[in-house]
Design a protein around this ligand. Structure first.
Ligand code: ARG
Length: 562
């Protein structure tokens, strides 16, 4: 039973004539300040039925409550403030964490558990952008969080390996490229060709037609076009893999846009059967006026398919293949109209499961307040960022802990963890300006700070050689209480993060727990041979366990020493 259920039950014993437990529970509030207790019940809503002033009702209820169940019950105006029995709660929480270890907070669900997560999905022939980094780390964290509460995520890297841009790239390569140059430096060279194409096409619009022509050839399986496309694709995937290895992210599927090339006809046929296709200047569209959306362009007049055509085919495929409970698309907020259109078209097709599709949008990473765009070649190279963060981590370690073993490994865990944490700590919809100095700052609300606190706990346990022992785990002081409350809230925190598709809820929990523990560490002598010593060390163990679990859920390692 958690504290809310506990207080609900106590109140229901007194109020059973007036309110059900289901009505009481949502009325309970968490007071802003610890001086007002752990939970508060406002008596306003009873004033009508009880025909009394809320202040008087609060007083009456407080007198009728079982005072022994709490450390203290206080009435302040119309509020009843509940102070929980710290000793009991701490013993229960620590016992649970000591026995469940990193499974503390695990949950199970019944029925269909599959959740395909469309994530990362960079475009071949272009460097992976900071936006793709966001999609990768948010998607990966969501997969970990959903797994913890019983879902079965399927991580899908929907590679952008199809579309008119490949027609353009083939044209550019044939005109201005060479095999040697691509071989030597694939992504950079392909990007140069892409950028050149757009510059030249501004002067000579007929290049656009040539690009469309070559994409059509590619769609029709032309040998030369297919050969070049395959080669561009392989070289690009090799480069992406390097970054995924550094980040420690794995995928269950690399079915990208091209995988659906032979599945789009069936999707278009479905639209035809339901009479949903309209011809508009030779192109085929689905009218979405009743959703207050622009029409979805399904097929261009030259027969070429579009981004949404492939997403339509892939959604139908995923439902058939995985019979999902929910399907997530972790994609930047700038594509929100696209996903609204996709859901609308599926709804028109009579797919009632369209409601289970969730676009999980996120904000932009900007540079000096401006959007980063690949087209003009203005991009932050992700690999450079990760490498630089690791170098800075190494410098810190050399200064602070020169005798540490595996310095390079730990530096990588800290540097990469810093970049991931920086991305995940804010609400995902917030835009944030990118500056390398900011990312690798090791003080304040950062990944390294959480990792450092975890390593501090490890060190205390190592030095005292503490052995797990569940005797006497009552802690009654207010310093430990702040830590205990956060430990106790962990299972609820994980559920909230899963419900809102919001990894930042976990990151914030990690920061708060680290801060509360460091305050505790500064105020309380942990190793002090007295009757509470075992409880204090158990608390250290529990904090270490839950910080490591917070970090694991975010996709970040927790070194024992740093
Ligand atoms: N490749 C796309 C891009 O970089 C993202 C793909 C997102 N996923 C999807 N199913 N549309 O913008």
């Amino acid at each position: 039973m958690n504290e809310k259920e506990f207080v609900t039950l106590a109140l229901h014993n007194v109020l059973n004539e007036y309110l059900t437990p289901e009505q009481i529970s949502p009325l309970l509030e968490k007071p802003k300040s610890a001086d007002h207790g752990d939970l508060a019940f406002p008596a306003f809503s009873l004033a009508k039925v009880m025909r009394k002033a809320p202040q008087l009702i609060a007083k009456d209820i407080a007198e009728a409550l079982d005072a022994n169940a709490f450390e203290k019950i206080e009435v302040v105006g119309p509020y009843i403030n509940f102070f929980l029995n710290k000793g009991n709660v701490s013993a229960k929480t620590l016992t649970a964490i000591l026995s469940d270890e990193n499974h503390y907070g695990d949950a199970h669900i019944t029925g269909n558990t599959n959740v395909p997560i469309d994530m990362s999905s960079p475009n071949i022939a272009k460097p992976m952008s900071m936006g793709h980094l966001r999609s990768t780390v948010i998607g990966n964290a969501l997969a970990n969080i959903l797994t913890k509460i019983g879902y079965t995520p399927i991580k899908i890297n929907y590679i952008g390996d199809w579309g008119t841009q490949f027609g353009k790239l083939i044209v550019a390569y044939k005109k201005w490229g060479s095999e040697e140059a691509v071989q030597a430096n694939p992504i950079q060279e392909l990007l140069r060709l892409y950028v050149d194409f757009h510059e030249e096409a501004e002067k000579d619009p007929s290049l656009e037609d040539e690009g469309r022509f070559w994409f059509k050839k590619l769609e029709d399986g032309d040998e030369e076009a297919t050969h070049l496309w395959k080669w561009f694709r392989e070289e690009s995937l090799k480069e992406f893999q390097r970054i995924y290895d550094i980040l420690g992210v794995e995928f269950d599927s690399y079915n990208g846009e091209s995988f659906y090339n032979d599945k789009m006809d069936a999707a278009i046929q479905l639209l035809e059967e339901k009479n949903l296709l309209k011809t508009d200047q030779g192109a085929e569209i689905v009218d979405l006026e009743k959703y207050q959306l622009n029409p979805a362009l399904i097929r261009k007049s030259d027969g070429a398919t579009l981004y949404i055509t492939r997403d339509l085919a892939s959604a139908l495929y995923r439902k058939k293949e995985y019979n999902f409970a929910q399907a997530l698309y972790v994609v930047g907020n700038e594509q929100s109209i696209h996903f609204k259109q996709l859901k609308a078209v599926l709804t028109e097709l009579g797919c009632d499961w369209a409601k289970d599709i969730h676009h999980v949008p996120f904000g932009l990473i900007t540079k000096d307040g401006k959007k980063l765009s690949t087209r003009k070649g203005k991009i932050v190279l992700l690999e450079k960022v990760l490498a630089e963060a690791t170098t800075l981590a190494k410098q810190q370690i050399e200064e602070k802990n020169p005798s540490l073993e595996n310095k390079d490994l730990v530096a990588k865990q800290v540097g990469v963890g810093a970049v991931i944490f920086h991305d995940l700590k804010n609400d995902r919809m917030n835009n944030f300006d990118f500056s390398l100095e900011e990312v690798v700052r090791f003080e304040g609300e950062t990944g390294p700070y959480v990792q450092y606190t975890h390593a501090r706990c490890s060190s205390i346990l190592r030095k005292t050689n503490w052995q797990k022992n569940t005797d006497q785990l009552e802690l009654n002081d207010s310093d430990s209480w702040e830590v205990i409350k956060l430990l106790k809230d962990f299972p609820e925190t994980v559920k909230r993060a899963a419900d809102k598709f919001e990894p930042s809820i976990i990151a914030k929990h990690a920061i708060q727990l680290a801060q509360a523990f460091n305050k505790y560490y500064a105020h309380v002598k942990i190793v002090n041979d007295d009757s509470e010593q075992n409880a204090r060390l158990a608390l250290v163990y529990a904090v270490k366990t839950i910080l490591a679990e917070d970090l694991r859920l975010l996709g970040i390692e927790a070194p024992e020493e740093m």
